[in-house]
Design a protein around this ligand. Sequence first.
Ligand SMILES: Cc1cc2nc3c(=O)[nH]c(=O)nc-3n(C[C@H](O)[C@H](O)[C@H](O)COP(=O)(O)O)c2cc1C
Length: 173
Amino acid sequence: MSKIGLFFGTDTGNTETVSENLIESLTELTGQEIVDLHEIYQKKAEDVAKYDLLIFGQPTWYDGELQGDWEEFIPELKKIDFKGKKVALFGLGDQYGYASYFCDSIGIFAEMIEQLGGEIVGFTSSDGYEHDFSKAQRGDQFVGLCLDVDNEDELTEERVDAWLPQVLKAFDL
Ligand SMILES: Cc1cc2nc3c(=O)[nH]c(=O)nc-3n(C[C@H](O)[C@H](O)[C@H](O)COP(=O)(O)O)c2cc1C
């Protein structure tokens, strides 16, 4: 079975916690340890490029900004040929405190990855969220999974559980 590379960046640990839970769920769903977990901090293009199946996790910070380690990774990202690669994105954000920038970072990354030839998988409905604007939104969908552990952490598990089978299907796993 192919290996999935899960890369996350975090400032206060929430995205790391969600990433660890994702791995547990993926192991349960597939019955195999198919995910390698990496923090994106100081990673190089080749660390990511060796996977054809990728999950990127990232919070949005400071009015629509990328998390710092992901921001620093952009020159490396641009060296990667994403043709033939599938990427699922999950973002953490605060839909009330930052209603005009909710989960922007995964929208910014989706565009960059598509321009580099990659396919974004794992779109989700934006129903049930109360933000005003998000760069992650296309029509009535987000380009990945948006999680708001600040305001509705009680929904995180069910949102993840609904999303992962969809991602595995898109990954042909
Ligand atoms: C100063 C500050 C700025 C933030 N800016 C945004 C933002 O622009 N958009 C958003 O959706 N969430 C924003 N958030 C919420 C964080 O993304 C959220 O708390 C997230 O869970 C943090 O993840 P981490 O612990 O992995 O860094 C902000 C939070 C703080 C404290």
